[in-house]
Design a protein around this ligand. Structure first.
Ligand SMILES: Cc1cc2nc3c(=O)[nH]c(=O)nc-3n(C[C@H](O)[C@H](O)[C@H](O)COP(=O)(O)OP(=O)(O)OC[C@H]3O[C@@H](n4cnc5c(N)ncnc54)[C@H](O)[C@@H]3O)c2cc1C
Ligand code: HEM
Length: 394
């Protein structure tokens, strides 16, 4: 697939990517967003400022370089990137722009070592990866558009209900203006809203929090202190407001064929996709433990609905943990989801699907407990409400 000299040249840059990868990707974003301001609407400024976007891209570039002689090893990592790109509406014509800016960033950051040969090798390697992603993304775009009610690009949906779920989380029910159907999504997937706020276009992902197959999509949004989109949604979006929406995407989904026990472990607003998964799985008879950590009862969304599902399904059990309970709160436990608490919810043979979502430190802790308690790695599933980060850092 590659010219004979490309593989050794790329491999020779692996140590440099390990030490300078984030410098390269940060420089890359600076170049790209200043020379192509039209792409700003795709990239989240907070993820830029926090460095998580540059780390996720640097991690992917390093993984690619490290596996350049056995690309099949990367296959499990690709669907997450493909789904993220498709969710946001990345197009084939964006790839040459990213490629040019990435090569320039490599040249400018590694100026003393980035020879013409190395840059040519990276140009070839980038082109191959770009084509792989373009093809995989086109296939997902086409499949989504072909679903009953499916579409490609943006569609206008209107807010038909706005419901307060807790002190900080509010749900928005969205339905087509034209009365046409909506495609059935996979429980765990998310929508992308394309918002025009004060003359700036922002794209934000929101998990679908209701059962699939309803004539509406429900998203549930936490008011983020200082957050642009979430505060705008809470304060300015009312029943009747039209919103531009990209179709459901994501691979943090329930596998409905599996019958082994299901453990949903969420913290804070991470509860949203777990609600869709619980709604979709409850009637299957599969044993389900719904473990949710919240600060206190005021911040705890969907308690009534989860209690109702647990009361009407023998296979569903809920466990709530608050770390700062108020005097009238009634959690099952006070504190954090620690190893002992998790161990009590696991079957003795550890053959369980553990779905995990919450703040980064919560996820790192629960993931580490899951691994230490013997949950098979392939059965530990997670999503980040931002760029994917390392989980075993804890
Ligand atoms: C797959 C996925 C699913 C998601 N599902 C949900 C969901 O179901 N519900 C939900 O509520 N959220 C969800 N999110 C998160 C959501 O997409 C938004 O990130 C969230 O609503 C915050 O967006 P915002 O525009 O309000 O905040 P932003 O404006 O993006 O700000 C986020 C934080 O960064 C800070 N910040 C912003 N700009 C800067 C800067 N330049 N420098 C330093 N700090 C800065 C802000 O003060 C704030 O604290 C999901 C994300 C993903 C990736
Ligand atoms: C070969 C080329 C590319 C690679 C290897 C790549 C890789 C990645 C990776 C690893 C992520 C993070 C995924 C995650 O969080 O799990 C990501 C996110 C993203 N990518 Fe790409 N990408 C490429 C091309 C592009 C192009 C052409 C665009 C077009 C504008 C683009 C736009 C984005 C955006 C907007 C995000 C989300 C960023 C965020 O959440 O803040 N990418 N990409």
């Amino acid at each position: 697939m590659f010219s004979p000299q490309t593989i050794p040249l790329i491999q020779a840059t692996v140590p440099l990517l390990k030490s300078r990868g984030e410098d390269i990707t940060q420089h890359f974003y600076r170049i790209m967003l200043s020379e192509h301001p039209e792409l700003k609407a795709f990239f989240n400024e907070a993820h830029q400022a926090q460095g998580t976007q540059a780390r996720a891209l640097a991690g992917a570039v390093l993984a690619y370089a490290s596996h350049i002689d056995r690309l099949e090893a990367l296959a499990p990592a690709l669907p997450r990137i493909v789904q993220k790109h498709v969710a946001l509406g990345v197009q084939p014509e964006h790839y040459p722009i990213v490629g040019r800016c990435l090569l320039r960033a490599i040249r400018e950051v590694l100026c003393d070592v980035a020879s013409d040969e190395i840059l040519a090798a990276w140009g070839e390697a980038y082109g191959a990866l770009a084509q792989l992603l373009i093809d995989a993304e086109e296939s997902v775009y086409a499949q989504t558009a072909a679903l009953p009610g499916g579409w490609r690009g943006q569609r206008q949906l209107r807010v038909m209900r706005k419901v307060r779920e807790s002190d900080i989380i509010t749900s928005f029910y969205l339905a087509p203006e034209d009365g046409e159907p909506l495609p059935v999504f996979l429980a765990g997937q998310y929508l992308t809203l394309v918002l025009d706020i004060d003359g700036q276009t922002l794209r934000r992902n929101y998990s679908l929090s209701d059962a699939p197959g309803k004539p509406w999509y429900r998203i549930s949004v936490k008011r983020e202190p200082g957050g642009r989109a979430s505060n705008w949604l809470h304060d300015h979006v009312e029943v009747g407001t039209p919103l531009k929406v990209q179709p459901p995407a994501g691979e943090f989904t329930l596998d409905e064929q599996v019958r082994r026990p299901l453990l949903l472990v969420t913290g804070g607003v991470g509860i949203t996709p777990a609600m869709a998964i619980l709604e979709a799985a409850a009637a299957s008879g599969r044993p389900i433990r719904f473990i949710h950590a919240a600060r206190h009862g005021g911040a705890h969304a969907f308690r009534e609905r989860v209690d109702q599902l647990a009361a009407t399904h023998d296979n569903v059990e809920a466990v709530y943990i608050y770390d700062e309970p108020r005097p009238d709160d009634t959690p099952h436990a006070v504190g954090r989801v620690d190893r002992e608490l998790l161990a009590r919810q696991l079957p003795p043979d550890r053959d369980v699907d553990l779905y995990l979502l919450g703040p980064r430190l919560f996820m790192q802790a629960v993931y580490a407990h899951g691994v230490a308690l013997g949950v098979p790695a392939a059965q530990l599933r997670y999503e980040f409400f931002g760029p994917t980060e390392a989980l075993l850092a804890a």
